[in-house]
Design a protein around this ligand. Structure first.
Ligand SMILES: Nc1ncnc2c1ncn2[C@@H]1O[C@H](COP(=O)(O)OP(=O)(O)OP(=O)(O)O)[C@@H](O)[C@H]1O
Ligand SMILES: CC(=O)C(=O)O
Ligand SMILES: [K+]
Ligand SMILES: [Mg+2]
Length: 599
């Protein structure tokens, strides 16, 4: 069947938006005037072979409501009271307050596709600071268990949840486990310690009395002195400061500083011998592996016991070595919690994780390119290609991927990024990573909101450029499912995404119970945003990490016709779509692709 399709599309929907990085979303005053442009395209559609009930519909619209329309909103409109936005009854729809504003303001096309993760620390743990980040577009709040106390972690989790409840956000929570293999102690309360050239420092597993004696550093690993050799090189934080090992006296290791610098509490330590990183496989350090494994295991158990019922959406596992750890943890989660469904993110930050990359990613629910520690384990010049490879494998295996560490490092201290940092962020966006992460920039930097605004504006700009250039990278997307029904879903999603691009539709709609169908669409990285409708809050929060997905919580049935009618009217009532918008809908209940204009 072939139809001639006419519809209006506002020509300036993709105009870059100037955000006002204000701490409250109801202070934005966006007014977008839409000038229409008639376009005419030929839509060639074929009936879905897998569905006996539904064949694709293409409706002709002569609707021109976009013409000269002024989209605006009042502060009251977006300041939805909790009673309205969080009624989980069948007649309501939940969407992120920031997304709602963005959609109304800019239209579908220019919503941000790349998601943003912010590490929460002293600079951002207050309710108002968290709200400012949420307003700025934070999709996931990361809490690094290496820092702060359990009490502090719990307080932050509570605040994020309260923010979601009270202000209509859907910020997901990621716990990042303590996993640095060997690291320094907390410096007895000092914020840093400065090592100068040629100074002799003592590193020891001994606990020192307070105040910390001069030029001493406590180390977390019992076998430290045994495993090091005189002549080894000791690197703090991947080489920010360097020492040569000159003498061992019992548990104490004396080192001479060769590259001076500032050492931060709990900084990561690595040692190098004859130009190679010393690690357990070298047989020189037989104990590290087992120690770290049991250490990590106990931390994980603690983490889960303490946090699993408190609304953690993701748990990021540091220094993953093999798929085994992930499988173990996943079965632990499955056995322990029936309702709460915590996604497990593998942090790729060691040589071993690079070696077992595919099996680790396959076993996980997502991965993080943890460039901080990775850059301490492999030569720095190999980090970019490792990043590209990890991003690519994640996409092929349909797992979300986060690019992390030092994206905007200079913004810890300065209000503007370096050109090189902007180029780095652009490259991650161009690689179509699902998410970008701020670490120190948001945890303890001076300009957390500005750093987030930079991530946001660079993402939106690069995504737009990419769409305008029509640069589709030719990536093979192999089958990921094992059953025939999985294959059908994958085919439907890739066809729907292709149709969406060819037809220039305004949005893809996906009705999904588990989120799987939504992730299959996201994987295709279509030109238009993907509205993902799901009935549970936890699935909605988890979808927040995936490229291009705008998750909504709404109850729906197996009847697609009524689902569509219901969501159309709910979204229209909220001013988020309008008559004439062209939409492609898929669902995991019904194997079909529907193309239609919003009535
Ligand atoms: N909860 C916190 N409390 C205090 N400082 C924090 C906290 N979280 C992060 N930071 C600070 O921000 C910096 C960067 O955070 P990040 O989470 O990247 O930690 P990291 O020490 O580099 O470890 P990792 O390799 O796990 O990321 C930390 O080194 C620390 O100084
Ligand atoms: C994020 C992290 O753990 C790293 O970059 O090392
Ligand atoms: K960590
Ligand atoms: Mg790390």
């Amino acid at each position: 069947m072939s139809n001639s399709l006419h519809f209006f599309t506002p020509s300036n929907l993709t105009a870059p938006k100037q955000y006002l990085p204000k701490p409250s979303y109801n202070r934005w005053f966006p007014v977008t005037s839409l000038s229409p442009k008639l376009i005419s395209i030929k839509a060639s559609t074929s009936a879905d072979p897998n569905s006996s009930t539904t064949s694709p519909q293409v409706l002709i619209s002569d609707n021109g409501t976009g013409a000269g329309e002024i989209l605006s909103f009042t502060p009251q409109e977006c300041d939805t009271p909790p009673s309205q936005s969080f009624l989980s009854d069948s007649s309501s729809i939940d969407v992120d307050a920031v997304t709602e504003v963005e959609l109304k303001e800019n239209g579908f096309r220019s919503t941000r596709r790349t998601k943003m993760v912010c590490t929460i620390g002293p600079a951002t743990c207050g309710f108002e600071e968290l709200e400012a980040l949420a307003v700025g577009g934070m999709n996931v709040a990361r809490i690094n268990m290496c820092h702060g106390t359990r009490e502090w972690h719990k307080r932050v989790i509570e605040r994020v949840r309260r923010l979601n409840e009270e202000k209509g956000f859907a910020v997901a929570i990621m716990m990042d486990t303590e996993g640095s293999e060997i690291h320094m102690g907390d410096l007895g309360g000092d914020s840093s310690a400065k090592a100068e050239d040629d100074e002799i420092w003592t590193f020891s597993v001994r606990a020192f009395d307070l105040p910390r004696p001069e030029r001493t550093i406590n180390v977390n690993y019992d076998g430290f002195a045994e495993d090091l050799k005189v002549g080894d090189e000791l690197l703090v934080d991947g080489g920010m400061v360097r020492f040569d090992v000159i003498e061992k006296i019992g548990p104490d290791v004396k080192c001479r500083c060769t590259d001076p610098g500032l050492m931060l509490p709990r900084a990561n330590l690595t040692f190098w011998r004859d130009g190679s990183l010393v690690r357990e496989r070298n047989a020189m350090l037989p104990t590290i592996s087992s120690k770290v494994n049991s250490f990590q295991q106990s931390i994980l158990t603690l983490t889960l016991e303490e946090l699993q019922f408190e609304g953690v959406d993701f748990i990021a596992i540091s220094f993953v070595k093999s798929a085994e750890v992930i499988n173990h943890l996943k079965s632990y989660i499955a056995a322990r919690s029936r309702d709460s469904d915590i996604a497990v993110i593998a942090k790729i930050e060691s040589i071993d994780s690079l070696k077992n990359l595919e099996e680790i990613i396959q076993a996980s629910d997502g991965a993080m390119v943890a460039r901080g520690d990775l850059g301490a384990q492999i030569p720095l010049e190999q980090v970019p290609s490792a990043q590209q490879k990890i991003v690519q494998i994640c996409r092929q295996l349909n797992k979300p991927v986060i690019v992390a560490s030092q994206l905007l490092e200079s913004m810890i201290e300065y209000p503007t990024p370096t050109r090189a940092e902007v180029a780095d962020v652009s490259e991650a966006v161009r690689q179509r990573a699902d998410a970008l992460m701020l670490s120190g920039e948001s945890a303890m930097g001076q300009y957390p909101d500005k750093a987030l605004a930079v991530l946001r504006s660079v993402s939106v700009r690069i995504e737009k450029w990419w769409r305008e250039e029509k640069r589709y990278e030719a990536m093979e997307l192999p089958a990921v499912g094992s059953s025939f029904s999985d294959s059908i879903s994958e085919e439907i999603c890739s066809s729907a995404a292709k149709m969406a691009n060819n037809l220039g539709v305004d949005a893809l709609f996906v009705y999904t119970k588990t989120g799987h169908m939504a992730s299959l669409l996201s994987r295709c990285r279509p030109d238009c945003p993907i509205f993902a409708f799901t009935s549970t809050k936890s699935v909605r929060r988890r979808l927040n990490l995936q490229w291009g997905l705008i998750p909504f919580r709404v109850s729906f049935s197996d009847d697609m016709e009524s689902n569509l009618n219901k969501t159309f009217s709910l979204l229209k009532a909220r001013g988020m779509i309008k008559s004439g918008d062209l939409v492609i809908a898929v669902s995991d209940m019904l194997q079909s692709i529907q193309v239609m204009n919003v009535p």
